[in-house]
Design a protein around this ligand. Structure first.
Ligand code: ZN
Length: 162
């Protein structure tokens, strides 16, 4: 059986924070604010996978009230999510995602983001897609106040455990 999941996340852009997207440290004057490393793309991917498996969301598994996740590498969280998915008898068919940011330009970092996500999930890189767009200077992303990301994923049941 095939199942689909969707993830959406937003983080605020502030000074004196690193900008980490898809596990890539992107040079920029601002970074995303959050309890973990605030990797909005990886958080959306986690939620898409958890959603497909009906396992709730990232906040349920990694609460921001837990000191353990302070400045956490979100790829480590993704790895845990993938382990949960596999425990439930699912395999990832593909992941697609979109990062919405007015600035900076991130297109040249996309191959590395795909590589990081694919490696963390233990799947071939051609099953992972990352796109980037702006919102034409409209809204909070357009004004550079934050960055958002959407992700969808299809997973498939490979065991009779579910
Ligand atoms: Zn987040």
């Amino acid at each position: 059986m095939y199942r689909i999941g969707h993830g959406y996340d937003v983080h605020k852009l502030v000074e004196e924070r690193k900008l980490i997207l898809g596990g890539v440290d992107i040079p920029y004057e601002k970074g995303l604010l959050g309890h973990s490393d605030a990797d909005v793309l990886v958080h959306a991917v986690c939620d898409a996978l958890l959603g497909a498996a009906a396992l709730g969301d990232i906040g349920k598994h990694f609460p921001d009230t837990d000191a353990k996740y302070k400045n956490a590498d979100s790829l480590v969280l993704l790895k845990t999510v993938c382990a949960l998915i596999r425990e439930k008898g699912f395999e990832i068919c593909n992941i697609d995602s979109t990062v919405i940011a007015q600035k900076p330009k991130i297109a040249c970092f996309i191959p590395q983001m795909r590589q990081n996500i694919a490696e963390t999930c233990g799947i071939p890189v051609d099953l992972v897609n990352v796109k980037a767009t702006t919102e034409e200077k409209l809204g909070f992303t357009g004004e550079g106040l934050g960055i958002s990301a959407h992700s969808v994923s299809i997973i498939k049941n490979i065991s009779s455990a579910v």
